[in-house]
Design a binder for this molecule. Structure first.
Ligand code: SF4
Length: 135
């Protein structure tokens, strides 16, 4: 199915960090389960290396960045590539709002980390619905 016309939810790589895993888990929850017809994703490194096909997609479709921490690698790469960024989320912000849900684990998140990812996924979904309403 074509990716064009969908909202791109792009998470940072966050390798070796539970916060990065939470961001990726939330992103997959959105694009695979909650809004598969409205949202899709793409590998962040393809934006970083300037892949022409991917650059065209992120410049012509709305993008939402999902970052593990304040370095905001996804947001910065989308912005630097002139992507159409409509919103950005950080796992650390959601963790501040849900202090009891401390994520642990990198390959496999603990139950609290999974719950935190679901809270983040709910926020992303609200943003997707809002963006689509205003299109
Ligand atoms: S935003 Fe933070 S967790 Fe994500 S890739 Fe960058 S440094 Fe790693």
């Amino acid at each position: 199915m074509s990716k064009s016309g969908k909202i791109f939810v792009i998470s940072c790589s966050g390798i070796g960090k539970a916060l990065g895993t939470v961001g990726r888990t939330a992103m997959y929850e959105v694009v695979e389960k909650l809004r598969p017809n409205e949202a899709t994703t793409v590998c962040l490194p393809l934006i970083t290396i300037g892949d022409e096909t991917v650059l065209k997609l992120v410049r012509t479709n709305s993008c939402i960045s999902v970052d593990g921490c304040p370095f905001q690698c996804a947001r910065k790469n989308i912005e630097a590539s002139k992507g159409k960024l409509v919103a950005s989320f950080m796992v650390t912000d959601v963790l501040r709002e849900n202090r009891g849900l401390k994520p642990e684990g990198v390959i496999e998140l603990n139950p609290k980390g999974l719950k935190l990812a679901s809270r983040l996924a709910e926020k992303i979904v609200r943003q997707i619905d809002e963006t689509n309403k205003n299109r």
